[in-house]
Design a protein around this ligand. Structure first.
Ligand SMILES: *Cc1c(COP(=O)(O)O)cnc(C)c1O
Length: 748
């Protein structure tokens, strides 16, 4: 911890001053005992800070800190947690070191435009960001040598308010740098490090911040500094800048600037992992460095390709960034020369063979410059392969189009802590503990040890907590801002914890079809208002500020929730964020997902729900094509239909499932008032999904599949691909093959 930060916290007593270190390492956020340590200082201060320990340590009255420092019980707890934290940070015995200890070190540089780590660091929009955040946390837990690069958006958090007409108002909240878990990166003289983005005129400079994600460092680029002209200062203002030129400059800074920053920091690495195409210019910069060092362009390109992983998510051509050629020429004319190639060759790197004149396509660029590319679910890998087949046309055919590594979620981030305690009690007794090997399906076979009553009662508690939190939010918004519903019966105050509760929360992109369940409002009214077996639905989500269609869709839904026929049964929760998301994926009974196939690259909120025992009711798309096994939730949407009839067919399938299966199963109680059939399905959902859709399985799969190849390419020496000694991998392989499921984690 730097002195400048230390000085700001000199009111924290020496005895417990480690709390400052803890607050500046996001490790605390996925370790529940560390969270308790902050919460114990003062419950109200913890809540007022919105569970942000840095803000809390700045604002809490000193008396509470002194009390804690003089409280032996607190200090004992503090000592053990600080011991665990330091142990975690210093240990050399990790999964990675056990399996790859004897190989030359090769650091992976992970690039992403967004990261969802914690709401005190709002540099994300949705699924792509949370995936990246979970990847970093897992890389830390497994000890993978990885450094990450992203942006520090100064206007990153867009708060959602819905006006009386249901229109989303976007209220930008400037980042409070003092309350975010970031520290400035300094140069050798102790001044703010400033790096110039090479070969771009007029020059762009970036300052750098560091976030410590457990063992994994994340470097964030910031152009809002005085040496930049006003236009360039705004490059890092918001996620996914609107306007092609600003967007291009953003991607230049992320890729080329990001690579340059790592170089300046002396962080040597020889492999890159791109999360989506936005940072693909980093690969050009890697080539340029090699050309500068004396290689030919083609040699450099080969070396960079062989040491690059590119993960693509977007299943439709319209979703990819394509820049007009004249814009590219304007920014890159001195760059071609530096690469040792001419304009034609350069523009070809970003050409989509099917529409070569359409512009410079970032996905085409990333695919051409990476030997390893993957989609994020089996279906998504196939879609990407089809979409980009022409890129491989005529290349001899030995090169497969996109492979796939199915996404996963970071277990201790998304699993409720009481649920975790329940698992500890019943599936924990096997050494070395289920948490340490939670990606091993065998561990989860013990789920049936949990008595139905315990799982059910905990679930009911979580549902009550969700509803309480939503009421609390509404109350606060109303008292503090005088906004919110004044109409009786509309708000969350009328939610009933005993009623079957469906959650639907995600970004309001049109392909997610949030409106679908209102396709036949009268039928839905009959379902939710059934006096003997009622149903309630909680909606939440934001549209991108520039997405008018998404906002119109949100407005339609909001207006439905105002219909007296839905009062008390269908609510819209304003300002969805990962705080709300956690309560929802832990406390709903059913998680509804109905995007338009094949648009859901993977989807991750359903995975979060599944591991908490929340049942998925989902269209067969993305991850659910691999997750659904007939006993662990509900699926629909098999038969392809044309776009026009698709909505009504899919909506009818949802109503049918609700009426015939979901609702009856939920209300089928035995004498002990427990729905044993439902609980059986909850257990099956946890058992079958938790290990496979964990980020632990995902990150091990990335490492197991690509790391040996990257090593081989980087070292330039022949390398046996089957380096894995992990007996667990062997066990999985047998299991995956035997069960005929996807996964074969390390067999390819
Ligand atoms: C997990 C998560 C998402 C992604 O959910 P999808 O189902 O993939 O759309 C989006 N937002 C938040 C806050 C999340 O936690």
């Amino acid at each position: 911890m730097e002195d400048s930060i230390r000085d700001q916290f000199d009111h924290v007593p020496e005895r417990i001053s480690g709390l400052v270190d803890l607050a500046y390492n996001l490790w605390w956020s996925w370790n529940q005992e560390a969270r308790v340590l902050f919460k114990q200082l003062n419950h109200q201060a913890w809540r007022r800070s919105a569970h942000n320990p840095i803000r809390m340590l700045r604002e809490i009255p000193v008396e509470f800190l002194n009390q804690a420092a003089n409280n032996p019980a607190y200090c004992r707890r503090y000592d053990i947690i600080m011991h665990r934290f330091r142990n975690y940070m210093n240990t050399t015995g990790t999964w990675f070191s056990e399996n790859y200890a004897n190989h030359p070190p090769l650091t992976l540089a992970y690039f992403s435009a967004e990261y969802g780590l914690h709401h005190s660091l709002p540099i994300y929009a949705g699924g792509l960001g949370f995936l990246a955040g979970d990847h970093l946390k897992e890389a830390s837990d497994l000890g993978i040598p990885l450094v990450a690069v992203g942006f520090l958006y100064s206007q990153g958090y867009v708060c959602q308010q819905i006006d009386p007409d249901g229109w989303q108002e976007d209220i930008t909240q400037p980042l409070d740098h003092d309350a975010a878990p970031i520290t400035r990166v300094l140069d050798a003289e102790g001044n703010d490090l400033i790096v110039r983005v090479p070969n771009i005129d007029p020059p762009i400079y970036v300052a750098v911040w560091k976030v410590q994600v457990g063992r994994t460092p994340l470097y964030l680029l910031d152009t809002d500094i005085p040496c930049n002209n006003p236009e360039n200062r705004g490059i890092s203002a918001r996620l996914y800048a609107v306007g092609l030129e600003q967007r291009l400059r953003q991607e230049i800074v992320l890729g080329i600037g990001g690579r340059r920053v790592l170089h300046t920091l002396g962080i040597e690495y020889s492999a890159v992992h791109l999360n989506e195409g936005h940072p693909a210019f980093a690969l050009l910069e890697r080539i340029r460095e090699r050309v500068e060092g004396g290689m030919t362009f083609e040699e450099a390109l080969e070396e960079v390709r062989a040491t690059t992983i590119f993960t693509t998510h977007t299943p439709v051509p319209a979703g990819h960034d394509v820049f007009p050629l004249d814009l590219i020429e304007r920014y890159f004319s001195s760059y071609y020369t530096a690469l040792g190639i001419d304009r034609t060759r350069f523009l070809h790197l970003g050409a989509n063979p099917e529409q070569p004149e359409a512009g410079f396509n970032m996905t085409a660029l990333a695919l051409r410059l990476s030997a390893h590319h993957n989609g994020v679910s089996r279906a998504n890998g196939a879609v990407a392969s089809d979409m980009w087949r022409s890129l491989w046309h005529g290349s001899g055919g030995d090169e497969a189009p996109a492979d796939y590594v199915t996404n996963g979620v970071h277990l201790t981030t998304w699993l409720n802590t009481r649920m975790q305690a329940l698992y500890n009690r019943y599936i924990g007794p096997t050494a070395p503990g289920w948490l340490a090997e939670h990606d091993n399906p065998l561990v989860w076979e013990l789920i049936d040890e949990i008595p139905d009553a315990e799982l059910w009662n905990l679930h009911l508690w979580l549902k009550a907590k969700l509803i309480n939190r939503l009421r609390e939010r509404e109350r606060l918004r109303w008292t503090m801002q005088r906004v919110g519903s004044v109409e009786p019966g509309i708000g969350s105050a009328f939610l009933d914890p005993s009623v079957l509760t469906i959650g639907f929360a995600r970004r309001f992109s049109t392909y997610k079809r949030a409106y679908l369940i209102f396709e036949d409002p009268d039928r839905l009214k009959r379902i939710v208002n059934n006096p003997w077996r009622p149903v309630q639905i909680i909606f939440a989500g934001k549209a991108h500020p520039a997405d008018r269609e998404g906002k119109r869709m949100l407005q339609r839904i909001y207006q439905h929730t105002q219909d007296p026929g839905f009062w008390g049964r269908v609510v819209f929760i304003e300002d969805y964020n990962n705080h709300v998301a956690r309560y929802m994926v832990q406390g709903a009974d059913v998680w509804l997902n109905n995007p338009l196939p094949p648009m859901e690259a993977s989807g991750t909120s359903g995975m979060k729900a599944a591991l908490n025992g929340v049942l998925n009711l989902s269209i067969l798309d993305g991850w659910w094509l691999e997750g659904y096994n007939g006993r662990n939730g509900w699926a629909f949407g098999e038969g392809a239909a044309d776009r026009d009839s698709r909505d009504s067919i899919d909506a009818a399938a949802i109503y049918d499932l609700l009426e015939r299966e979901v609702v009856p199963l939920y209300y089928d109680r035995s004498i002990d008032d427990i729905p044993h059939g439902w609980v059986r399905m909850m257990k099956e959902s946890i058992r079958s999904n938790a290990p496979r859709f964990s980020s632990r399985r995902m990150v091990k799969e990335y490492v197991g599949r690509y790391y040996p190849l990257l090593l081989k390419a980087a070292a330039g020496t022949p390398y046996a691909v089957s380096l894995i000694k992990d007996s667990q991998a062997q066990a999985w392989r047998g299991l995956a093959e035997g069960a005929g499921v996807n996964g074969h984690p390390f067999s390819r």
